[in-house]
Design a protein around this ligand. Sequence first.
Ligand code: AMP
Ligand code: MN
Ligand code: MN
Ligand code: MN
Length: 284
Amino acid sequence: MIDRAVRADLHCHSFYSDGVLAPSALAERARAHGVQLWALTDHDELAGIDQARQAARRLGLGFVAGVEVSVTWAHRTVHVVGLGIDETHTVLKQGLAQIRDIRTERASHIDAHLAARGITQALAGATKHVRNPNLVSRTHFARHLYEAGYVESLQAAFDRYLGDDVLGVGQTVWARLDEAVAWIRAAGGVAVLAHPGRYDLNDLQFDALLTDFRDHGGQAIEVCTGSHTQAQSRHFAQVARDYGFLASSGSDFHGPGETRLDLGGVASLPSDLEPVWTHLVCQS
Ligand code: AMP
Ligand code: MN
Ligand code: MN
Ligand code: MN
């Protein structure tokens, strides 16, 4: 079991999903920024794990294998991080392969949607930013829209062209919550509800999500993440206490200059919370 006092960063992305760096470069960056326990959590993809683990091993950096699964719950997208998974497990691999197929289909829909708004060849442009042809993300479209001068920032690309409200909420149906948690647990991992502060839910809906997640076998929530304000971190620390969840912490780093927090930049968890990593085993 891992010491509760380690400096952990358990959420980030490589170019095997929508990050810009290689897994080995992320490991070096994490190490340089004082991280002692690191997880790679690419969206719906495990292809970077082996390289990440080997790099962590070379650097003497603690490593746990991770993934961030796209889920549809009550017609909304939520993300569930799996930590400490066996990335060779068939159930998890097959589940994620289905989601990547949905992503590929969705990319064509986004292309058509943008064409109808006068932006032609958007998929071809986005594809220039894709390193893993099996994994196309809205982030790749956002980078294209920014680089081609359609928008002045990645945020504006989401606000104007790629947001759920623009593309149509619920248009894409990802994995069910119970499925995603089951795949993660089948592969020996702990299921963590990612960046809860990002979901636009009222108190009643939040209670339903957290209760469903716990009933399906979810054990932890992200308390400190690059997506939360300090007030949100305080709020979700209290949620972790109230619902009996383990607490996780991760920057959600995607690339230099792209995300609010760099690797290692996430605040420490409140000391009374039980960190999720005390329930994980170091894999490097
Ligand atoms: P996808 O999973 O392909 O729908 O893309 C979701 C990804 O887009 C997230 O993981 C973020 O990296 C990025 N993203 C979502 N919303 C925003 C936003 N408002 N600004 C910048 N990036 C965002
Ligand atoms: Mn992302
Ligand atoms: Mn996410
Ligand atoms: Mn993420």
